[in-house]
Structures are given as C-alpha cells and as structure tokens.
Design a protein around this ligand. Sequence first.
Ligand SMILES: [Zn+2]
Length: 284
Amino acid sequence: MPLENMKGMLGAAREGGYAVGAFNILDYNSTKAVIDAAEQLYAPVIIQTSAKTVIFWGTWAIISWVKKLEWSSKVPIALHLDHCKDLRLIAECIEAGWSSVMIDASAKPFEENLSLSRQVVEMARPKNVTVEAELGAIVGVEDDIHVKEQDAHLADPEQAIKFCKEVDPDCFAPAIGTAHGVYKGVPKIAYDRLEEIAGKTPIPIALHGGTGLADDVFKKCISLGCAKVNISTQLKYAFIDGFVEYHNAHNTQYNPLKVIEAQYEALIAGIIENINLFGSAGKA
Ligand SMILES: [Zn+2]
C-alpha cells in the first residue's frame, strides 16, 4: 500500500472516537517495529521523524526504510515530520516523499505563527501532503526546542479557533498541559480547553507528550477529540533499554543481531500496547 497522508486516517479517527498512534522512529529497526505492530493489529499508523533524526540520517535513508516496508503493507501508513521550525527542511521532506509535516512556529507571536503555518499549508497542500500546526507552548524538550515550565502556556480557545479557521491545518496541536519527556508529577490536563476547542472545530487534534500519561487520561483526551497521539520518549527508552538489558544479561555473547532482535521486541511490545489503548486496532 503506498504511503498516505494523515487526512483520511485522522478524519476517520475523529469521527470514530479513537486515535491513530504516531510513533517516533530512529532507524530501520524501529521503523520495522512500528509497521509490524500496525500490521499485527490491522491499525492505521503514523511513522514520525524528528527534525534531528532527519538531519542525522538524511531524507533518502529514511524514505528507503519506509518504502521498503510500505510496499508489502496492508495498513495505511503516513510518514510525518514532527515539530519543525525550519521551512527549508519541511520543503526538503515534502520533496523527498514525506506524506505529512508539522510546522512548529508556536514560539513566535500569534500573527507570525499564523502566517508561517499558513505558508506551510500553501506549500504542502498542492502536493497532497498534510500539515499539523501548533498553538501555545508544550513544556519540555523536543529536539532542539526547549520550553521551560514557566514559559509554557496553554492554547487560548478563542485564538485556537481563529488559528484553525485561518490556517486550516489537517491536524491541530494545541498546548493543553501535556509535556514532552518524562513527567515529574501528575500532569494537569486542561480538559475544559480541549473540550471547548474540539467543540468548535472539526479538525483532528494531536495529543503531544503521550509518554507517561495514565490510560484514563488518554481515553478522556481521545473521547474529547484527540485523533493523533504522539509517542516518542517511551520508544527512546525501549530502544536503549532493550539493547542494554539484553547485553547485560548475555555480556559474553557479542552477537549484534541478537541485540537488535531484543531491541525490536522491546519496541514492538510498547507500540502494540499503545495501539490497543488508542482504539485504532482493526481500523485499517
Ligand atoms: Zn510534540
């Protein structure tokens, strides 16, 4: 099945009251784990790349992993560029074959964010590439974007509606109190804002900072309109712990393929758990 953009899968998810998992990959092994998990559960899925990962490997390496796996796949797969501030990198990914991109101009003043996000929609839409745009500041560290807690602010519902109307993104990421990285306490989710925003726009909403949220938090956010859930930190942990734990348990073996297999198993277990939780199993 050829790569799809996020439009159809997120539209169906928002309608159907479930969410599509967007998983940040790091290499071929993690890309394979995401696609295999989606296949096993017959779920649509979003392969997500951070800007840093794209810069590290280059676009053609990543496209080759995804294309290799996607041609035999029976589930809809989107390849999405996560938080990107750089319009040149966004253009490069669109050119290389990403089916979806995120413009993160959330650190800019409202009008500037609006105009940059609009610019990306104008660049992407003619190429059938979907766009996610962010409003408010999501706390934590995502790539080279650091947002300190005192600088984090939630998306204002009135601004959010104006933003959605004028930018018309395919997916909207309002800051609602979730955070990137590892939660230090119990996060305070602004359900009221989420509900107000979702009540006034049919645009599918993205939930960032998914790692570490309780199951009932996911379920509530999804029931209120979140149709895309981002999981990154959890996979970073599985990627490294899967590797290290296997080696520690077999430290005389030095068999790299075994280590890679153990890493794959750790990744796929977490991805399957998430897809089941988000309700997208069987929705391909
Ligand atoms: Zn994010």
